[in-house]
Design a protein around this ligand. Structure first.
Ligand code: XUL
Ligand code: CO
Length: 433
């Protein structure tokens, strides 16, 4: 036991009228909604990096947090794991996510990194034997160390490609060993700063080859989880190759991997790409590549990735509406890829940020379920496209231009515009949130 979270007990559901800061108002894990418990629907995960590895720095100043586990020694990494599992227990979260660099001390070589990772993974495996918290996903940090400054898979130096491939292998092994349900690839520095020094075609081939190797290795080791790419349009690079869901889909199609890889969609990344979160979720569903979500918002004025905990129920409800329309999560879940503000120094801030976020998501999911079950929105959508369900409408999809032209002439087809009823639908949504 560490004494970091001392005096903070397990968070329980007390209902919407509770005045207790340390209680859930909306997240009752065992409440049944559309045939599943809220715990099964939401599949919450804590992000190890923001909660336990991030030091509170920004471009103008360094560390603000003072955690007893900061430092690059193995015993400190173990202390960090102890604190992390204490927080998982306090929150009752079913999952966590990690990068290799979050959990192990940084070594001077690939061999040392691998040894460190193996040692801490054994330690975490031991903790998981008595914990209810499972691994949602693992991933490799191929963006923080300076060797990755010009990319990992897409680096101009083949040695960096090799170092990255070897690192991914160790992280896939670690994820597999810990029973992870997904393996995530966020292309941290897979992109470019300037086209003047970039061979985009070559870098794209390198990225495709790396992804193929990841998929091959998944089968080789018998990993039954999903491989997920996390799209992001920019930051840290000026341009990132995995810009958004549509771009990732084009890339997957190009390399024949569209049935092997899905997407982990982050709200803040969707906004950076000029989309809404629900747009990205709906598109992934339609393309059959929906996997998982990172539920963290950006500041709407700053224009960069501020990774804040969700706190807006209507926004979250529209996202979960699309998740429910996709049939809900399978291997995926709701990962809070969110960090505290750098003045939120106290242990209680780490707990209360998650309590609030879990409550907002639970309230959003319940509103979304109600919208879907009441069926009014879907009735409107169906009515809008009803013409396509008639024999006349269906035939247009197989006619050619000549046949259609004849019909337009012979049947005197003269379409009359109808209202899209947007305001009515927006009013309807506001009744649920
Ligand atoms: C960065 C980001 C990452 C990924 C995992 O913007 O979202 O934390 O989720 O590498
Ligand atoms: Co993320």
């Amino acid at each position: 036991m560490t004494d970091f979270f001392k005096n903070i007990g397990k968070i329980k559901y007390e209902g919407p009228n509770s005045e207790n800061d340390y209680a859930f108002r909306h997240y009752n894990p065992s409440e049944i909604v559309m045939g599943k418990t809220l715990e099964e629907h939401l599949r919450f995960a804590v992000a190890y990096w923001h909660s336990f590895a991030w030091e509170g720095g920004d471009p103008f100043g360094g560390k603000t947090f003072d955690r007893p586990w900061f430092g690059s020694k193995m015993d400190l990494s173990k202390l960090k794991a102890d604190a992390a599992f204490e927080m998982f227990e306090i929150l009752g979260v079913p999952f966590f996510c990690f990068h290799d660099a979050d959990v192990r001390p940084e070594g001077d070589s690939f061999a040392e990194n691998s040894r460190n990772l193996e040692e801490i993974v054994d330690y975490i495996e031991g903790k998981m034997e008595t914990s209810k918290t499972k691994l949602l996903w693992g991933t490799a940090n191929l963006f923080s160390h300076r060797r990755f400054m010009a990319g990992a898979a897409t680096n101009p130096d083949p040695d960096v490609f090799a170092f990255s491939a070897a690192t991914i292998k160790t992280c896939m092994d670690a994820t597999h060993k810990l029973g992870g349900q997904n393996y995530v690839l966020w292309g941290g520095r897979e992109g470019y700063e300037t086209l003047l020094n970039t061979d985009m075609g070559r870098e794209r081939q390198q990225a495709g080859r790396m992804l193929q190797m990841v998929v091959d290795y998944k089968y080789k080791i018998g990993f039954t989880g999903s491989i997920l790419i996390e799209p992001k349009p920019q930051e840290p690079m000026k341009h990132q190759y995995d810009y958004d869901v549509a771009t990732v889909y084009g890339f997957l199609k190009d390399f024949g991997l569209e049935n092997e890889v899905q997407v982990n969609i982050e709200q803040g990344h969707a906004i950076l790409a000029g989309h809404s979160f629900e747009h990205e979720l709906a598109l992934a569903r339609e393309l059959n590549i929906f996997g998982s979500i990172d539920m963290n918002r950006n500041d709407y004025q700053s224009g960069w990735d501020t990774d804040q905990f969700p706190n807006n129920v209507p926004e979250v409800a529209l996202a979960y509406y699309e998740v429910l329309r996709a049939g809900g999560f399978k291997t995926g879940g709701t990962n809070f890829d969110a960090k505290l503000r750098r003045q939120s120094l106290a242990a209680e801030d780490l707990i209360l940020s998650h309590v609030g976020a879990m409550d907002v998501c639970a309230a959003g999911l319940k509103s979304a379920a109600k919208m879907l079950q009441d069926g009014k929105l879907e009735e409107e959508r169906e009515a809008r496209y009803a013409g396509w369900e008639t024999n006349k409408g269906r035939a247009f999809m197989s006619d050619d231009l000549t046949a259609i032209t004849e019909k337009v002439l012979n049947e005197n087809i003269n379409p009359q515009p109808r209202s899209g009823r947007q305001e009515r639908l927006e009013n309807l949504v506001n009744r649920y949130v």
